[in-house]
Ligand binder design. Structure first.
Ligand code: PHE
Length: 498
């Protein structure tokens, strides 16, 4: 780098970097290896804008293995000539003896050329030299090419040697370099970071910073890997698709109390709606108005009942209904979907829908709980379906996941009746574990939406994290989700489980 800077300083520019003589070397750096070293130095200076440079191409000639051999030992014809006696001064050498002396190959090629050059002649059954001394042009030319990369005798001679496969063409890069906008002859080290110390001392004002190289390609990643949660999500998605389900839109993380709870017939006094359990959003302060007609029906069924229900007979708060919150379950989206289905232009149509998305709960986090997780949820709406269909669906659904033995336990959800908790036998834990929650949606929820009489809706939900942890043998959720997850564990987790 210093040599380049000094040379440019002295001569204004470097026209051809092959003229540079690296300190300590006897001759200019003409070899390709030397030019690559020069290019490294130029790149480094370019990044500091101390120089600019352009790359040039030249062709040079180099010897092949055979070419090198000849340059060292002489051409085949010269070797043949050298072992023969001079005409009239000894017994001619038989072909057999020649072959023995110089080898078959040299004897064969060398004879022909030596004859052609007039160096040797036949005498009786043997060979003799005709001349006392020879000029081994091939060897001399090769030696010249080896030393200079070219041949003064010109292209025709080179072409001849190339035809004989003694010489090959090589591309040689060289460079020309000029001053850059930051040119100077002193190579000061550029700063790569703005540090607290520089800010405090004021050194940043005069410091010179290294430019970012936005063209750098970076280190290629070893490969990508799907996070275990994404793999299991894909499995669930495939199972739903196989069973004829379509995916419902769930892109809304923020919901109102109305959609997350009221429409699901969750009483406004329900503990799940407490600050301790739900994350509320303060800005904006409240949701947009819900559809008036539907809102009034929901309020009515809560407070005084209807459709055969006596309701909760508890006070109703419009403010609670309009509170914004992070949805605590994807059933908020299911509810919205069912309401839209009931009010569909062409009228109600049976559906099978699913969703897999994120939900949020203001919970104490521990080894198996996080404040946000994913729910896998399915909804089937059709005429005349019953609890038997729900159980049948569960069995088919979980069988596809490899879980064959289910138990159902009566449970309670404000929005389903009957409700069933689903248990599966866990061979590793050697006990029955809860894997899902389900039920037939209540008339108090469905009737205000305007779903036609006779339409029943069944639904179920489970977390995505729990089956993932079981499958991958993870017992602390923090090693699966969050900042403590090691990228390594994701990259090494099996692509396929059996
Ligand atoms: N919303 C329930 C939960 O969060 C799951 C569920 C969905 C239950 C649909 C019944 C029907 O656990």
């Amino acid at each position: 780098q210093q040599l380049i800077l000094d040379t440019i300083d002295r001569e204004k520019e470097i026209k051809d970097t092959r003229t540079l003589t690296i300190p300590g070397d006897a001759a200019p750096a003409t070899s390709q290896e030397a030019q690559l070293v020069v290019q490294g130095a130029l790149n480094s200076l370019l990044s500091k804008e101390m120089v600019t440079y352009s790359m040039q191409e030249a062709f040079a000639y180099a010897l092949t293995q055979e070419g090198n051999d000849i340059a060292d030992k002489g051409s085949h014809e010269a070797v043949v000539w050298s072992v023969l006696p001079l005409k009239g001064q000894g017994t001619p050498l038989s072909i057999k003896d020649l072959k023995q002396k110089v080898g078959d190959e040299t004897a064969k090629i060398g004879q022909g050329r030596a004859f052609k050059n007039g160096w040797i002649a036949k005498e009786g059954d043997g060979l003799v030299k005709l001349v006392q001394s020879i000029d081994d042009t091939t060897r001399n030319e090769l030696a010249e090419i080896r030393a200079t990369g070219t041949l003064a005798a010109g292209e025709k001679a080179i072409a001849e040697l190339r035809k004989r496969k003694l010489v090959q063409q090589k591309k040689l890069l060289w460079f020309s370099a000029q001053k850059g906008s930051n040119f100077s002859t002193s190579l000061d080290k550029l700063e790569t970071d703005l540090t607290a110390e520089m800010l405090q001392s004021g050194a940043w004002k005069t410091a010179k910073f290294k430019k970012y190289n936005f063209d750098a390609e970076g280190i290629p990643p070893n490969g990508g890997a799907l996070h275990p949660l994404l793999k299991v999500r894909e499995e669930f998605r495939n199972i739903f698709m196989e069973m004829g389900f379509a995916e419902m839109p769930t892109s809304q993380f923020v919901e109102s109390g109305f959609w997350c709870f009221d429409t699901l017939f969750v009483p406004q006094q329900h503990p799940a709606r407490d600050l301790q359990d739900t994350f509320y959003v303060s800005d904006p302060p409240e949701s947009l108005s819900p559809p008036t007609d539907y809102y009034e029906k929901v309020q009515k069924v809560h407070t005084v009942g209807g459709y055969g229900s006596i309701g909760y007979r508890a006070p109703w708060s419009d403010a609670d209904s309009r509170k914004l919150l992070l949805r605590t379950h994807t059933t908020a989206s299911s509810s919205n979907l069912l309401w839209r289905l009931a009010n569909r232009k062409g009228g109600f149509k049976p559906v099978k829908m699913f969703s897999i998305d994120r939900v949020f709960r203001n919970e104490a986090t521990d080894a198996t709980h996080l404040a946000e997780f994913h729910q896998v949820e399915g909804v089937v709406a059709d005429y005349g379906i019953s609890l038997a269909d729900l159980i049948g669906f569960m069995q088919t659904f979980f069988k596809k996941m490899g879980i064959h033995n289910l138990r159902f336990k009566p449970a309670y959800n404000p929005y389903t009746e009957p409700s069933l908790e689903i248990f599966a036998f866990h061979p590793m834990l050697d006990k029955w574990v809860e894997i899902g929650n389900s039920g037939m949606f209540r008339p108090e929820m469905l009737a205000p939406m305007g779903l036609p009489d006779g339409v029943q809706v069944l639904g179920w939900g489970l977390s995505l994290e729990r089956p993932t942890m079981i499958r991958y043998g993870i017992n602390n959720i923090r090693t699966l989700v969050g900042h403590k997850v090691s990228i390594d564990s994701v990259e090494k987790s099996a692509a396929v489980r059996f």
